[in-house]
Design a binder for this molecule. Sequence first.
Ligand code: MG
Length: 252
Amino acid sequence: MNTEGSSTINSAIQKFLAQNGVQKLEPKAVLFDMDGVLYDSMPFHAKAWKEVADRHGLVSSPADFYMFEGCTGAFTIDTLYQRSFGRYATQEEKEQIYQEKAVLFSQYNDGEAMTGAAEVLEKVSAHGLQRLVVTGSGQKSLIEKLEHTYPGQFTREKMVTAFDVTKGKPDPEPYLMGLKKAGVACNEAFVVENAPMGVKAGVAAHIFTIAVNTGPLPDSVLLEAGAHMLYHSMRDLANDWDNLMSACRDFR
Ligand code: MG
């Protein structure tokens, strides 16, 4: 690692400690977002959303669905209704649109793992840290899917899904629930996120939040959301993992 890299990590940790009034960052668990982090599924979500929005006369751009990523479906639909028709969607409209989007997504989704995510999980395991998934997804049988892609890395008990929380990202609730399920304090975890709303949720939960920009949005969107560190791929994060861990140790 070059000097610039290590000073970036050190200043990110210093910023986190000052923000949260804590003395050290001692990671024991890593809270992983799922879409766009563990799976390369965001292009299919965005494509399904755009098609359904067009079908219903809702004004949208493809980038919108990367900006809304992590929010509940109801929030996304209401935002588009406000923009297009100046009113909120009815409950029936929300259910209809969300259902249509889910059908299209399952047609398009190929279940492809995110490049480099397996390497990150290996690093995290090698350092003895817990691994959790914190996702807004309400897909059934998520654990089976994860077990298939990443054998032995996750358990049903250590997952937060749409069924566990009342508020979606950017609310901190999903990540606070993740800390609870891991049994760790906010300065004993990392969040790994690709979406601006997810980064906001991690930061609001007072967790050191690592953004991995795997999509089309500019880095500035993730940095402005409060990301402490930013990488351009899961492989880059895997390659820097040892440096992150040793920088945390240096602050103790
Ligand atoms: Mg995501």
